[in-house]
Write a protein that binds this ligand. Sequence first.
Ligand code: 13P
Length: 256
Amino acid sequence: MKTYIVGNWKLNFTVGESSIYLHKLMKALPNYRDIEMVVAPSFLALQPLSLQIDRHKMKLASQNGFYRDYGAFTGEVSFSQLRGIVDYAIIGHSERRHILGEDDKMIAKKIAAAVRNRIRPILCVGETESERAFGETADVIRDQLLGGLSEIGDDDLDKVLIAYEPVWAISSTKAAKLASPEEISEVVKLIRETIHEVYGKKIAEEMPVLFGGSVKPSNAGSYLITEGVDGLLVGGASLILSEFVDIINTAKRVKA
Ligand code: 13P
């Protein structure tokens, strides 16, 4: 299986800055055939960057998308508009769940809309600090996972990627708030068991599961060798050229 390294730029970089950064990033990296390198800029930058990017080397993802293809939905961007521009879409990110109020029902419709438009969804799941403290992690992950996948048919499951992003480990500056490889492997195991139970062994084994939450060059290697982890979803460190390049080169080294 390929290793996926996805840079989520969140609400950062102007269109110009995005273009310059992408140029430098592509120059700094060789063509790694076994590493799927993906960046997720703002909606505004996607179209110009799609003309600039070398798709043999790197792919684009959107950070979101709307579940209807067209109509009276002021301010939204549909997956039918993103079709042909991006190969992937991050869906159900915790910042959208918790700041923008997205629920599993809406996320399920977005996953279906992405698939319908030939865009591979990266479904994000993850528990908050208090959910973990109350012992609710397994329930939360199962609900988000099965809820998110509820609107697509079995034939489309092979297009989906899962990203486990514990909310408490995102943008963390404290060592105590970093997810340990043991904590990650436990939840990744639960994700695969849940998929196995509901959709069968093959799809459970083959569905890529990424980890995200304060991934840095210093911890990327240990996360990538964690059992069941097929890649990383990187926020802050993906905005720093040397760090993102370092993480990708680490993936190449570790997964070789
Ligand atoms: P950080 O790497 O900045 O913690 O962000 C993780 C994340 O939310 C990626 O989607």
